[in-house]
Write a protein that binds this ligand. Structure first.
Ligand code: CS2
Ligand code: MN
Length: 360
């Protein structure tokens, strides 16, 4: 297991690389060029500069998260080939600078969806919250609320320019059902896989968050059955999975332990976090500790350890605690994620010691 930390880049993150270096055990920075619009080629100079900055600070830069996929590819428009060529160009450049895993998603229109970015919890902390009844009210209001909550921070998958024409986007997706989206995904994967295989670079699709269709838009990475199908679209180790417990775990129907066990050899990246569901289908994000939520992180870390997981792992969203609300990007503050790292490392180290039968 290689512990990593998501960092949004110089001038775009409230946390410095120097601070991250003070969190024990973090080996790698999960990075991206967040200002490059989906579909455009990533400039080599920018890739080089970012990788150099990360390695100079003492981290590896082997995981990139959010090389976003242009809607034309998901919808299956004629211009998709041009956008896929651009994507391949970016893959080639990232491989050249040592990137081993790309985390991306194949969700139409929205990346993750929440209805409140600062829901107060019982202990006075606050966290991202999803209220099922509110989520489907009206996409314009939802977008306005999320962007307002984010303040000056950009949020991947919530580009104001793209979402400004939400009606046209919905129209463009009107003919895209689950089968069409799956076939468009297969087309994309078949085109990019030769480059990935040539470089041994692993694509790791992020599950749908939350794992059910929203506004009638199809979602195809949300259950064991969907993931089984997805991994067979191209049956290659380079077509892999980001195992995000907070996304998959928002549905009580997903048995995370059995999914991790079934797909472990295709899991290249793990996002481990906890949440608490209620009967209405709402959920709030919680501390990483197993007993604070519905996700059995203890069992999952044990399983990853037993399977000899050699991929990358990161704490995912954290709560906002100790007054950091609004000073950080929602879900990506310093304190709770640092606590998450220590909790996950603590579990890992305990299982490691136990398996070696070391008592000292
Ligand atoms: C992330 C996702 O913040 C998050 O919830 O786990 O947004 C993830 O980065 C994207 O889906 C990957 O494209
Ligand atoms: Mn995630």
């Amino acid at each position: 297991m290689k512990m990593t930390w998501r960092w949004f880049g110089e001038g775009n993150d409230s946390i410095s690389l120097q601070y991250i270096k003070q969190i024990p055990g973090v080996e790698g920075i999960v990075w991206s060029l967040h200002d490059i619009p989906a579909g455009e080629k990533w400039p080599e100079e920018r890739i080089k500069a970012t990788v150099n900055q990360i390695t100079a600070a003492g981290f590896n830069a082997e995981v990139v998260e959010s090389v976003n996929i242009h809607d034309a590819i998901k919808i299956g428009l004629p211009e998709r080939d041009q956008y896929i060529d651009n994507y391949i160009d970016t893959i080639e450049k990232l491989a050249k600078y040592g990137v081993k895993v790309i985390c991306y998603n194949f969700m139409p229109v929205f990346d993750w969806v929440r209805t409140d970015l600062y829901r107060q919890d019982e202990d006075g902390s606050n966290a991202l919250f999803y209220e099922k009844a509110l989520a489907e009210r009206n996409p314009k209001e939802l977008i306005a609320d999320v962007l307002k909550g984010a303040g000056e921070f950009t949020m991947p998958g919530w580009e104001p320019e793209r979402l400004a024409s939400i009606e046209q986007l919905f129209d463009a997706y009107s003919e895209v059902d689950e089968d069409t989206l799956t076939e468009n995904c297969r087309y994309f994967l078949e085109r990019i896989m030769p480059s990935c295989e040539k470089h041994g670079l692993k694509m790791a699709v992020h599950p749908d968050d939350p794992p059910w269709p929203i506004y009638g838009l199809p979602r195809i990475v949300r259950s064991a059955e969907h993931i089984r199908k997805y991994l067979k679209l191209v049956d290659s180790p380079c077509n892999g999975l980001t195992f995000c417990t907070g996304s998959l775990g928002a549905s009580g129907e997903n048995d995370l332990l059995s999914m991790a066990s079934e797909f472990h050899d295709r899991i290249h990246f793990a996002h481990l976090r906890n949440l608490k569901r209620n009967e209405q289908g709402d959920f709030i994000e919680r501390s990483h500790r197993t007993e604070d939520g519905d996700v059995n992180l203890t069992g999952l870390v044990r399983l990853f350890h037993e399977k000899g997981f050699e991929g990358y792992l990161r704490p995912d969203h954290g709560r906002h605690i100790w007054g950091e609300e609004k000073t950080c990007r929602p879900g990506y503050g310093l304190y709770d994620r640092a606590l998450g790292v220590m909790y996950l490392m603590g579990l890992w180290d305990a299982f490691k010691k136990e398996s070696k039968n070391e008592t000292e």
